[in-house]
Design a protein around this ligand. Structure first.
Ligand SMILES: [Fe+2]
Length: 380
């Protein structure tokens, strides 16, 4: 048997000794693992003991170079398989060369991994969210789950390999570059994308994407769900709010022919300045609303005073000077998502209280935007 054979035979863990790819000796633990008697294994080609699907792995095992081990399914005496992780080492006994193989039973681990994979597969097939994988550099879709068909009507099998950009609404396709840049910079990105479904309708999805390295390439994995209804509702609400704002502005100005169109011009100037000063887009809308309504307090000033062509008396002037506070009080009662009352008060009251302009944050060089049109109107 030689010293190598004796060592293998005494090992308490499953192990065998191969010579020229054939089992020379298998110990009791190995025989027990595979369901054979030890002598039944003698002379058996190793490849025949491995499940046909795993035979390509045998070469790397036999080379003895795989440090982390090779996962194989061994065929057992009762016609089943047992999953093992094998390590191999080349041994010499005199002038004879052997390959010693140690096998660790990993059936439980493999079963758990298969269960997890199956559950993951079930989840991907049944969730209503879209799960996708695409290559970062080329932007080509690598995988997308069946929810893609259910939500957008496309055949799932038609899309792997196609540019993800093809899914975007044409007028927004140029935004893909910015999306990819932010994703690369941060490693993750989330937002809303505008897609076209299989019937040519625009649909909106909210996505959360992350970059993962798979070998030398970077892939993007993401999950997305449809928000078309939410986006449409929000847009309708915005339009309704705009409509109400303009109607209120018109109502105030209809009482004061001297300043017709004044609030609209102030709003345009305020937004233009804010944009040039680098305000983020989400801050422009509240500014527009506040500026459009900055004179709403005039509703409390009698029309005779607003349209009086002669100089104002002290009492009349007090009426005028109170209108910023009245306006702020009115707007404060409206549940805007932003602090419109303060911004509006700051705009209107600037001519009597310049410090309130701090509400404009950074617009300090413009002491009073409303005054820009004063040469053609006599009242603030
Ligand atoms: Fe004004």
């Amino acid at each position: 048997m030689g010293i190598c054979g004796e060592v293998i035979a005494q090992l308490p863990v499953p192990a065998c000794l191969l010579r020229e790819g054939v089992v020379f000796l298998a110990n009791r633990a190995f025989a027990g693992l595979t369901g054979y008697r030890p002598e039944e294994l003698d002379g058996r080609p190793w490849e025949e003991m491995v499940h046909p699907g795993d035979r390509p792995e045998v070469a790397s095992l036999v080379s003895g170079q795989v440090a982390e081990g090779v996962f194989l399914r061994l065929l057992t005496g009762d016609g089943n398989t047992v999953s093992v992780r094998c390590h191999a080492a080349v041994l010499f006994d005199g002038d004879q060369k052997f390959l010693a193989i140690q096998a660790v039973d990993v059936s439980d681990l493999r079963r758990a991994a298969e269960d997890t994979a199956q559950r993951y597969e079930d989840l991907l097939h049944n969730i209503s969210d879209i799960v996708h994988v695409h290559s970062l550099e080329e932007g080509r879709l690598l995988y997308i789950n069946p929810a893609f068909h259910q939500l957008f009507g496309y055949r799932v099998q038609d899309w792997p390999g196609r540019p993800i950009r093809d899914l975007l609404v044409p007028r927004f396709r140029h935004l893909y570059g910015e999306y990819a840049r932010k994703l690369s910079e941060n490693g993750h990105h989330q937002g809303v994308m505008y897609l076209v479904d299989a019937h040519g309708r625009e649909r909106y999805i909210e996505y959360h994407d992350v970059i993962r390295r798979e070998g030398p390439t970077a892939v993007v994995r993401g999950i997305a769900h449809e928000v078309t209804e939410r986006v449409t509702r929000a847009r309708n609400q915005e339009q309704m709010l705009d409509g109400i704002t303009l109607a209120m502005a018109d109502l105030v100005e209809s009482r004061d022919p001297y300043t017709s169109g004044h609030q609209k011009r102030v709003a345009e100037i305020a937004v233009t300045l804010a944009r040039r000063m680098g305000f983020p887009p989400e801050r422009l809308r509240p500014l527009f609303i506040a500026a459009s309504l900055h004179d709403i307090g005039k509703i409390s000033v009698p029309t005779e005073i607003l349209s009086k062509p002669a100089p104002l008396s002290n009492l009349e002037r007090q009426f005028i000077e109170q209108h910023p506070q009245v306006g702020a009080d009115i707007l404060r009662r409206v549940p805007f998502p932003w602090n419109v009352a303060t911004s509006s008060f700051a705009t209107t009251n600037a001519w009597t209280a310049p410090a309130t302009l701090t509400a404009f944050r950074g617009m300090k060089s413009i002491r009073n935007p409303a005054s820009w049109r004063w040469p053609t109107s006599t009242k603030p």
